[in-house]
Ligand binder design. Structure first.
Ligand SMILES: *[C@@H]1O[C@H](CO)[C@@H](O)[C@H](O)[C@H]1NC(C)=O
Ligand SMILES: *[C@@H]1O[C@H](CO)[C@@H](O)[C@H](O)[C@H]1NC(C)=O
Ligand SMILES: *[C@@H]1O[C@H](CO)[C@@H](O)[C@H](O)[C@H]1NC(C)=O
Length: 938
């Protein structure tokens, strides 16, 4: 790929810069020769290629053995018997249970590293023992269950009274502004300089004397265009929402943190459960070793996995090309470990400075000790860096050192060691002592490299995949490291621009450029300046292709052709919005509309689930919009609009079955459902799963109601909806009530759905289409209430999503980032940070796996789902000649598939939905025939 290479002029620029910055002479008076420290044993203990670790191939179900299908609604159709209306619903369990099992197919040489007990969850715990009603919005509209709830799967919950306190403002210390010190500094970006007003975001980072910092809370808006991060109001949540101080998930090692905590970001393994699951910074994964592994270390282990240790699932003969069902990276490999002699079983791990793109892991020999290693974990960091305070450094490996070379000092004050491991990989260790004295690290065994006692300074570790040229580049940036990052963004006309700026610290920080790794979707949208700072160093990321090392403190990305003119009407890439339909189409739509207008929005949204309730409101809003605006008949939909507002008021009054509460522990608005003990209730909403999905549907419905009837936009209604926006996608980084951008990860370019559940595989997301729905919903809500920044943010997020989904999730045949033997699946299924699994949490039917990336079909669907992708997927899987013809699919999924077909073949989609004697069982509970007809006609 030409764009990944240095152009010759860029190389020249680099050499000149390198000359200038790095030519400082080595201070030692005697000429230095490299010393080889071979390991003390004559023969290194060489392990198998996997060198320990294991493959977590089971689906981690977030406290639950299974989830209900997202279309499995009791009100799915005008039929009254849910079991009949959707055979794939939780009431008709066939097809949900029999396909969960993953037969493990791990390469032979890696078999012994499988974690014991695989498949236990999957191997058919009988559905009959599962209290179906525990997971379904049963009470209001159905009486399905003869099953007996078990103790931990209750159907009802005690009213959340005892621990509910009066509505009070979270403590004032939640505001970070008190400890902020603003500095004006220059960020040096190898060749270009940008001056910006920046500030340190917390006391700890400002303690690091040579820090250049960019805090998300004070980031300078980009010049020109609409700033996409103008904060919404940051005041208290509406009075109807009571406050609780007793969230079921304990904070581990962050007990004293009182600011809002990011619940869905890459580092939550630091403070959940065992605190020893992996933090994926990409390309590196870090995990507290906690006494495990060959080295028995208590330090922070670093893993970087090459493709030869990746395990593949079985191939799927039902899909043309027989793709593998999943691939998974090993867990718990400890290539290198940052530790200290003093770290033993009394070691304590805490986390500090929890920010949108970074967190510091802190290891202390014991609680309260002033000796510590502080390891800033920043997405994309080029080196793993440990700042040591008064400890004896111990660099370890459970893969085993086979060779260690004490190399020439690359620069004054920096000592360097070259490491070869038993898996033949090369690593570099840089030591920057505070006292400036040679630390003289000694290799004393296959797994231990020890430094001096009572040492303070910085140690940096990086893998070097690029030989001598890589080493030169790493030498050039050694000594500085990223501390935190901030995003800024703007939209001008139809072009969006966003930047990630990294704060750096370390040795000669002004003169030394930072090195960070960018993912393929960054690289593909880099502006010219950023492109010129790419190096030839690439390292494989776990699930997103190769990461590329980039020199500099700021990356700028450009997203062209944003859907700024897209509204509520059907939209296509070729013709834009279809605001008026043909008279013939209007007639068909108005003829069938009464059937669906006649459904009870009150009943369908009066549920024990925010997810299903939100879907119902969004569906009805869409029906009303379609009849009113596209059908041109406001009076026909007037009653439904009134009923919709009444049903919506139940939520704004917080009178739904499980009212929302303000969780004052992690800081956010959650369903009260799980305070009764069932962590998986309502898809884990209380644990911060899926908030962008759940709340996105409400926001979408509100956007439509408010445009149809601006008088509905009262302060109370707006505050409530804005609360949902702040919870799931906050634009402010200094809001004392909510963290910045809970779901959407501005580094990864999409959201993570997993909340506060500990996980081997990190965060994950299943439904890219519901992720897109959230971005679309805030775009439209911003438009409705006249918040140009929110509208622009939604547009930019849609542009970024289009790119990241194309790169990683919706795989066209020329996809470069997913393994060749995987892309015939067309969609990822669930993409985790550590594995990609062509499956869902609710079953393995092909229409589920593909369909959960389609629903809900909205104007934005055709924007992120390119025609080429939809065509390839349809032809391979759902055409009449394919393995799972859409015509033979049952239940609501059938309607989803045919609505998706409208993106490439609107006539066939129209014919399907317009047919006489239409079977409403193929419309799922969150969708409507009325909108699907309009979508196909538009
Ligand atoms: C609407 O519902 C009412 C009462 O349930 C029923 O009498 C009527 O036939 C329904 N209309 C349509 C078009 O379904
Ligand atoms: C990681 O998370 C899994 C899943 O919750 C858990 O079973 C395991 O104990 C955790 N810790 C480690 C070290 O794997
Ligand atoms: C990723 O890097 C590896 C190793 O350098 C290389 O073999 C592979 O072709 C790269 N993949 C892509 C898509 O560039």
């Amino acid at each position: 790929m030409a764009s990944k290479q240095w152009t010759s002029s860029a190389l020249l620029m680099w050499l000149l810069a390198a000359e200038r910055v790095y030519s400082a002479p080595v201070t030692s008076s005697a000429p230095f020769t490299e010393k080889t420290q071979y390991p003390p044993t004559t023969e290194a203990r060489i392990l198998a290629p996997g060198t320990q670790g294991f493959y977590p191939t089971q689906l981690e179900r977030e406290g639950h053995p299974w989830k209900p299908t997202p279309t499995g609604l009791p009100y799915a159709t005008p039929h009254t018997d849910p079991a009949q209306s959707d055979p794939e619903s939780p009431w008709g369990l066939d097809g949900v249970w029999d396909t969960l099992d993953h037969p493990e197919q791990v390469p032979d040489h890696l078999l012994s590293f499988l974690i014991p007990g695989f498949g236990a969850i999957a191997s058919g715990q009988a559905p009959s023992s599962v209290p179906v009603s525990a997971y379904t919005p049963a009470a209001a509209t159905a009486t399905p269950s003869s099953a007996t709830p078990s103790e931990d799967q209750v159907t009802t919950h005690d009213a959340p009274t005892s621990t509910t306190s009066a509505h009070t403002k979270p403590t004032a210390s939640a505001s970070s502004s008190a400890s902020q010190t603003t500095v004006s500094s220059t960020l040096v970006s190898s060749g270009t300089s940008t001056t910006s007003s920046t500030s340190t975001s917390d006391t700890s980072h400002s303690d690091i004397s040579t820090t250049l910092s960019v805090a998300q809370s004070s980031v300078t808006p980009m010049s020109g265009g609409q700033d996409v991060f103008v904060p919404l109001a940051t005041g208290p949540v509406p009075q109807t929402i009571s406050v609780r101080n007793d969230h079921p998930v304990p904070k581990k090692g962050i007990e004293t943190v009182t600011t809002p905590i990011e619940t869905n970001k890459f580092y939550s393994g630091l403070f959940l459960g065992s605190q020893s699951n992996t933090t994926f910074t990409h390309p590196y994964g870090l995990a507290w070793a906690k006494g495990s592994g060959n080295a028995g270390s208590w330090g922070m282990a670093i893993a970087h996995n090459e493709v030869n240790v990746v395990a593949n699932g079985p191939t799927n003969a039902n899909i043309p090309g027989n793709p593998i069902q999943y691939y998974v990276n090993p867990i718990a490999i400890q290539h290198m470990i940052l530790s200290a002699t003093e770290l033993t079983s009394s070691t304590e791990l805490t986390a500090e400075n929890l920010l949108p793109f970074s967190a510091d892991a802190v290891l202390k020999p014991s609680s309260g000790s002033s000796q510590r290693i502080t390891i800033p974990l920043v997405q994309g960091m080029g080196y793993v860096t440990g700042m040591y305070t008064n400890l004896q450094p111990l660099i370890q490996s459970s893969v085993f050192f086979t060779k260690l070379v004490t190399a020439a000092q690359p620069r004054v004050g920096i000592w360097k060691y070259k490491v070869t491991l038993a898996d033949q990989t090369s690593w570099l260790v840089y030591a920057i002592p505070q006292d400036g004295k040679d630390p003289d690290f000694r290799l004393e065994s296959n797994s231990n490299l020890r430094g001096p006692q009572g040492w303070s300074g910085t140690i940096q570790i990086t893998k070097n995949p690029a030989g001598d040229s890589g080493e030169k580049l790493f030498d050039g940036s050694a000594g500085v490291f990223a501390l935190e990052a901030a995003v800024s963004g703007s939209v001008q006309d139809r072009t969006g621009t966003y930047s990630l700026s990294f704060a750096k610290a370390g040795n000669k920080v002004q003169d030394t450029p930072l090195m960070m790794y960018a993912l393929p979707h960054h690289v593909a949208s880099f502006d010219e300046t950023t492109k010129n700072r790419m190096t030839s160093i690439t390292l494989r990321s776990t699930t997103k292709g190769n990461a590329t090392a980039v020199v500099g403190e700021t990356w700028s990305m450009v997203e062209p052709d944003l859907p700024t003119t897209m509204g509520f009407a059907p939209w296509s890439a070729s013709s834009g919005s279809a605001n008026s339909l043909s008279a013939a189409a209007q007639k068909v739509i108005l003829d069938v509309a009464p059937t669906e207008l006649n459904q009870s929005v009150d009943q369908q949204s009066n549920l024990n689930s925010m997810y299903y309730s939100g879907k119902a409101l969004s569906k009805f809003a869409t029906i009303v919009y379609t009849v009113n605006k596209l059908g041109g008949n406001p009076s026909l939909s007037a009653t439904a609009l009134q009923d919709l507002k009444t049903a919506f008021a139940r939520f704004i009054d917080n009178k739904q079955q499980f009212p929302l509460v303000y969780d004052n522990v992690w800081k956010g608005v959650v369903s009260s459902a799980s305070y009764g003990g069932d962590s998986g209730a309502d898809f884990g909403n209380t644990y911060y799963n899926d908030h962008h999905f759940h709340y996105g549907y409400f926001i979408h419905a509100a956007a439509i109601i408010g445009q149809l009837d601006p008088s509905w936009l009262t302060a109370a209604n707006k505050d409530w909806i804005n609360m949902l926006v702040r919870d799931a996608g906050n634009s402010a980084a200094n809001d004392p009530y909510f963290p910045f951008s809970r779901a959407f990860d501005w580094f990864h370019g999409h959201s993570w759905a997993k909340g506060l559940f500990e996980s081997f595989d990190g965060k994950d997301e299943e439904s890219t289409s519901e992720d897109t729905m959230f971005a679309y919903a805030i775009k439209m809500w911003g438009q409705t209430i006249g918040d140009a920044s929110m509208e622009a943010r939604g547009n930019l997020m849609l542009g970024i999503l289009r790119r990241s989904l194309h790169n990683y999730f919706l795989m066209e045949s020329d996809n470069k980032n997913q393994p060749e033997n995987f892309i015939a699946n067309k969609v990822t299924g669930i993409l985790f940070e550590n594995k990609v699994d062509h499956t869902t949490y609710f079953g393995n039917n092909l229409e589920y796996i593909q369909g959960i990336h389609m629903l809900p079909l909205l104007p934005s669907s055709a924007f992120v789902r390119s025609q080429n992708f939809v065509r390839e997927e349809w032809n391979a899987l759902f055409a009449d000649t394919a393995t799972t013809p859409a015509s033979g699919v049952t239940g609501g999924w059938k309607g989803v598939l045919y609505a998706n077909l409208a993106i490439i073949d609107p006539a066939s989609a129209w014919n399907f939905f317009a047919q006489s004697g239409f079977d409403y069982s193929s419309i799922d509970g969150g969708a409507s025939r009325v909108w699907y007809l309009a979508y196909a006609a538009g």
